[in-house]
Design a protein around this ligand. Sequence first.
Ligand code: FE
Length: 195
Amino acid sequence: MAITLPELKYELKDLEPFLSETAMDLHYNKHLKTYINNINTLILNTDFFDKSLENIVLTSIGPIFNNAAQAFNHAFYFSCLKPITDNKNTIPKNINNLIELNFGTFDNFKNEFIQKAVNNFGSGWTWLVQDTETNKLSIINTSNADTPIVDGLNLLLCVDVWEHAYYVDYQNRRKDFVEKFFEYINWDFVESNLK
Ligand code: FE
């Protein structure tokens, strides 16, 4: 079964002024589309063809892993975002309580997440993950296509810190991008990921 481009719950222009339509169009219709085209070419006539994208990520290495994981990470990242429809972006109770339990305050969490993303050297991703055995939340960085699901961690939130994710609108100012990202987080999606 071919992997398809994940559907967005918003229009490409709807994340402005956080991300311009031009930047979102490049990111979604060019970068993500290319990973998906590549993975579909690579899995053709292989045992991976009938597997889900997540399953491919968990069982592959090399170019198949790189393209599948990038497709998977991007689908997750785009789901973490939502347009601002009013002035307040309310954080649901369960995820808010768990963040406070693990980081003291929401602001501590936010500052730590931003620092971690700014210091993620080179291309990669910054994640909020849940260890479902201990219920502990952590902020972790991965490089290139790497994704925490290979370590059995439950994904809650992520930001793409590859330069293509922010360079069109923020040039070298990754910190400004990640700070603004916080205003556009879909916290209902984050909470729905809790296990
Ligand atoms: Fe990206």
